[in-house]
Design a binder for this molecule. Structure first.
Ligand code: HOZ
Length: 425
């Protein structure tokens, strides 16, 4: 038995399913999870010494690659000054200033510890500001695991076939209304059905938790218009797209301004961080300015802030990073599409910038229903083939493939060869 397998057996005795997050269990793709011992650049090494080309990147934040020296150094230096203060520090002010200067819709921002926390808090702020209870989300979009968002959710809940989690109180779910991604009519219908009751529409501006589904022309701007007309707030969940599509996130990329937005681990360069922010008038409802309570001892943690600031400054100071990364994404998708089409593989390639997806369906994927037409058994076979070739893609059809600045053309070429080998059998 290898070390990963041994660790998994031990883990199963003391951790539910042997994992601290369900997608890691590899249940949807078969095989045993790899336990990672270290990572650097575009590679990860498991406990048995196997090296993988990594296309997960800790689910997005490792946009500079693993173990970037400047990020590591900043984190180590900060750790030498103390791990946690439970009081304010300079780095959190710098972080907030950087976000407010760089993300067009953000005038005030509050640090939290994860994307889930950011979403939960943004929803509370939206409800506090509007005095309304209902929230519209989209089928297949995943916004973390707070109760009200585990309704027709993507990511692990979609992968595990339980899009509506048990344990969510009926009353909580009743205030969550679901619309269809890329379908403005489905949103208008909900506003017509619940006039004056909808606090906010929350959306992943690029849906990246049901595979990658890009917003069609007019979808995001249409949501903006509907929310403005209905005096509801528009929330962009930028946990995946923030600081990834560009330094101004999806809102900068598509030129549509939300009222509130959420960020995740990328602003901590992989450390456990999240944030929510937006228009000053809305964010002023948050305590201690307003009556919406939200708090956290670890929020604005000095080590996480230092690591995050180091990573964000590298991205900000070299806009060429996004140009190169997005160009690599474009050429990767073009090559992958050419290859799979040429081989007659029943697949299609989606994505934008450094986010990509190979869907195992011929159907044009534009929403949850079409994403669900994917052949997940075939995806599992493909996943195992890639892993066997030392290529680590997300262990689920319904996740994204993340490129980082550490990936090179030869990594992409090697990946395409492995894909070709898979389809040629
Ligand atoms: N889709 C999740 C990240 N946005 C997967 C990560 C996890 O659940 O562990």
């Amino acid at each position: 038995m290898g070390k990963s397998e041994e660790l998994f057996e031990r883990a199963k005795q003391v951790i539910p399913g042997g994992v601290n997050s369900p997608v890691r269990a590899f249940r949807a793709v078969g095989g045993k999870p790899r336990f990672i011992a270290s990572a650097g650049g575009a590679q990860m090494t498991d406990a048995d010494g196997n090296v993988y080309l990594d296309f997960v990147g800790s689910w997005g934040p490792m946009i500079l690659g693993h173990d970037h020296p400047a990020v590591r150094e900043a984190a180590v230096k900060a750790a030498e000054r103390g791990l946690s203060f439970g009081a304010s520090c300079e780095a959190e002010v710098e972080m907030a200033e950087l976000i407010c200067r760089s993300v067009p819709s953000v005038e005030l921002v509050r640090m939290v510890n994860s994307g889930t926390e950011a979403v939960m808090s943004a929803l509370r702020a939206a409800r506090g500001y509007t005095g309304r209870d209902k929230i519209v989300k989209f089928e297949g979009c995943y916004h973390g695991h707070c109760d009200s968002m585990l309704v027709k959710a993507g990511s692990g809940v979609m992968t595990g076939g339980v899009p509506d989690s048990a344990g969510v109180p009926r009353g909580c779910a009743a205030d969550t209304l679901t619309a269809i991604y890329n379908d403005l009519e489905s949103v208008r219908r909900l506003f017509a059905e619940f006039p004056g009751q909808i606090a906010a529409v929350i959306v992943e501006p690029v849906a990246a938790n049901m595979g990658v589904v890009v917003p069609e022309e007019g979808f995001l701007s249409g949501l903006r218009s509907i929310c403005t007309e209905e005096k509801a707030l528009l929330i962009f969940d930028e946990v995946i797209t923030g600081f990834r599509l560009g330094f101004a996130g999806a809102q900068g990329y598509y030129g549509v301004m939300p009222d509130l937005c959420t960020f995740g681990k990328i602003i901590g360069a992989g450390m456990p961080v999240g944030a929510y922010g937006g228009r000053r008038e809305v964010m002023e409802v948050v305590a201690p300015l307003g009556k919406v309570y939200q708090a956290g001892t670890l929020s604005g943690n000095p080590v996480a802030m230092a690591a995050g600031l180091a990573g964000l400054h590298i991205l900000k100071d070299d806009p060429g990073i996004y140009e190169r990364l997005n160009a690599l994404g474009d050429s990767f998708r073009a090559e992958l599409a050419r290859l799979t089409e040429g081989l007659g593989a029943p697949c299609q390639v989606t994505g934008v910038g450094s986010l990509s997806c190979l869907f195992f369906t011929k159907e044009h994927v534009r929403d949850y229903a079409s994403a669900k037409t994917s052949d997940t058994e075939a995806f599992g076979r493909y996943f195992r083939h890639m892993l066997g070739r030392g290529i680590y893609v997300a262990p689920s059809q319904f996740e994204a493939l993340f490129l980082s600045a550490a990936h090179r053309q030869e990594d992409v070429d090697r990946t395409l060869s492995a894909v070709e080998e898979y389809f040629k059998g």
